[in-house]
Write a protein that binds this ligand. Structure first.
Ligand SMILES: [Zn+2]
Length: 238
């Protein structure tokens, strides 16, 4: 690790944890409101490699909350994110993907679910169960939402939402950019925490009330992480 560059981080986390961070290879699925900022934070923290998975182009209304500029409108988000990472930290490797394929997820230590589509969220959950890898998810609507670190050994996303399709997403009631920064930061905090404490945890927040509380998730004969009765993928593949 480049000590001259990272000394503020080393001072806080210590050399061992900073070193662990610098070895991590992380996939960010969906680089919109939440994902684009997570990519930025991971680049500044100096992870080894960031995978960015998205097929969208930057649109003008994205600029209210996503990490893009006017000159990026019309460009693929993966291209713009790659450029952004290179400008911040040229040592971080970037790999770009424009579709969900199981083999991409196997290559990384962990992934972030930053998509706003509930079907894709269930699909990503099934992939996590299939490959046995933890992930960090976030959902947001207005100024409230859920986020958490999920390890399918203990429970999965299905145990939180039970197949319901009305979970919050940013399309429901608009978005408050301060909530986007809030949830993105805490998802990255969960990533850091997972390196020395990989226990699963889920939180609900409501920034109207300035509240955040842990949600206790109970697993009971889960069709996905216990019975592996996948719904959105075939055998966890896509
Ligand atoms: Zn489950």
């Amino acid at each position: 690790m480049d000590k001259a560059r990272f000394f503020p981080q080393i001072k806080f986390f210590g050399e061992k944890l900073s070193d662990e961070i610098s070895k991590k290879e992380v996939l960010v699925v969906g680089i919109g409101g939440i994902g684009s900022w997570i990519v930025e934070m991971l680049a500044r923290m100096g992870v080894k490699k960031i995978g960015v998975l998205d097929y969208d182009r930057v649109e003008i209304h994205n600029l209210t909350r996503q990490n893009y500029r006017e000159k990026d409108v019309g460009s693929l988000k993966v291209d713009t994110s790659e450029e952004r990472v290179r400008e911040i930290n040229s040592k971080v490797m970037v790999e770009k993907f424009n579709e969900i394929k199981l083999e991409y997820f196997k290559k990384f230590d962990l992934f972030f679910d930053c998509v706003d589509n509930i079907d894709t969220k269930y699909l990503l959950n099934e992939i996590s169960v299939y490959i046995g890898k933890p992930y960090i998810f976030g959902t947001i609507s207005g100024n409230r939402g859920f986020f958490g670190y999920i390890d399918p050994k203990y429970f999965c996303f299905y145990d939180i939402y039970h197949g319901k399709r009305d979970c919050v997403s940013c399309r429901d009631e608009g978005i408050d950019v301060s909530s986007v920064f809030f949830i993105s930061s805490l998802m990255v905090k969960l990533f850091i925490r997972s390196i020395f404490d990989p226990s699963p945890r889920v939180y609900h927040f409501n920034l109207s009330e300035f509240s955040i509380e842990e949600v206790k998730v109970k697993r009971k004969d889960c069709r996905i992480c216990m019975r592996r009765d996948f719904e959105y993928s075939r055998d966890g593949s896509v």
